[in-house]
Design a protein around this ligand. Sequence first.
Ligand code: ADP
Length: 190
Amino acid sequence: MLNLVLFGPPGAGKGTQSEFLVTRYSLVHLSTGDLFRFNIKNETELGLLARSYMDKGALVPDSVTISMLEDAVNKNPDAKGFIFDGFPRTNAQAEALDSFLNGRNVSITSMIALEVEEKELKTRLLERGKTSGRPDDADPEVIQNRINTYNKETSPVKNHYDTQGKYCGVNGLGSIEEITDRLIAVIDSL
Ligand code: ADP
């Protein structure tokens, strides 16, 4: 089973690249951001809760996020593998994911991180905000909060996979195709 964590700050291109990779490797794409937005759109209780954090650029609490992710994995019993996009975002989520997968006799194959500098992230997110309809992309203050949250709470998750020898960094600057090619080269060498 190929189980990838696609990692990187907000605006690094995780969602865009996931679209290509799921097709090429026949994987199931699980984006916690997309799952929250689906719940917001359908006005579920979970959506209402998630929104109060997302609108500020903060993380949704671990317990809620972890159980939502586990449910989503359980709904795909025939998957050949997964791309986890936007998860894990805290060390507690990484530990929960490891033990959840362990209980199914599988594990994360690799964490692949898209590396993009902060200035470029802000430009991309503001640009995306013009068309995405995402309130968290439209406001520079919320964008800054998301980047700060990433630096403080999410960036340490690298070490979790690095100590397992599973961390791979990829240059996230360039054309979409160039970056896809870099990711394919890494995945094919796993
Ligand atoms: P981006 O990576 O561009 O910030 P996402 O769609 O991955 O976009 O996430 C949007 C928001 O959803 C985050 O700012 C956060 O509030 C919430 N979120 C997504 N994934 C997680 C997670 N694993 N843990 C906690 N909150 C999350």
